[in-house]
Design a protein around this ligand. Structure first.
Ligand code: FES
Length: 182
């Protein structure tokens, strides 16, 4: 266990010291992470998480790089990245709001919540407000069907939401001081 941690530290140190041909140190760290996963295709989700942690979002070039490294078809990598709501293909706003549109939430009015939020913010799902304050995202199921309809505000799941409660929560986010996540 200790040995594994020591080896990881050494790998990280080596990665930080080795220049990547692109000049981007984050790719060196990503390469090291993929190497540790033995470039296995079934480690794709972990690799995407790591890439998003390093880059903030997953753009086309990064997805292609991962596809090539893991020897996977780009369509598979793109498909996984777009399927899960926690992956973002665009730069994210200061705050984010994820509306679950899975079946349990949908039948309890999640579509009305989404419509109210889109109207208030002037953006659609997958977009960020022009002032970069808020990103609006939809998910297929966040595993909280028992408290449907569920909405996630800056990583905190809120139960039994209504258009009014969602608008109030988003209003709070939009008026929060810069970099304050309430
Ligand atoms: S459908 Fe929304 S949490 Fe499962």
């Amino acid at each position: 266990m200790l040995l594994t941690e020591a080896r990881r530290k050494l790998e990280r140190k080596k990665a930080a010291a080795t220049p990547h041909p692109s000049g981007d140190k984050r790719l060196v760290i990503l390469d090291t992470f993929m190497k540790r996963q033995q470039f296995r295709g079934d480690a794709l989700i972990e690799v995407l998480h790591k890439a998003q942690e390093l880059f903030g979002f997953l753009d086309d070039g990064l997805l292609l790089y991962i596809a090539k490294s893991l020897k996977l078809p780009p369509s598979r990598v793109y498909g996984v990245a777009t399927f899960y709501h926690f992956f973002s293909l665009k730069p994210q706003g200061e705050h984010n709001c994820v509306v679950c549109l899975g079946t349990a939430c949908y039948v309890k009015g999640a579509d009305k919540i989404m419509a109210a939020l889109e109207k208030r913010t002037g953006i659609k799902s997958g977009e960020t407000t022009p002032d970069n304050k808020l990103s609006l995202v939809t998910a297929r199921c966040i595993g909280a069907c028992g408290i449907a309809p569920a909405v996630v505000y800056d990583g905190t799941v809120a139960a039994k939401q209504t258009p009014d409660s969602a608008l109030a929560a988003v209003e709070k986010l939009l008026t929060a001081p810069c970099n304050s996540k309430t």
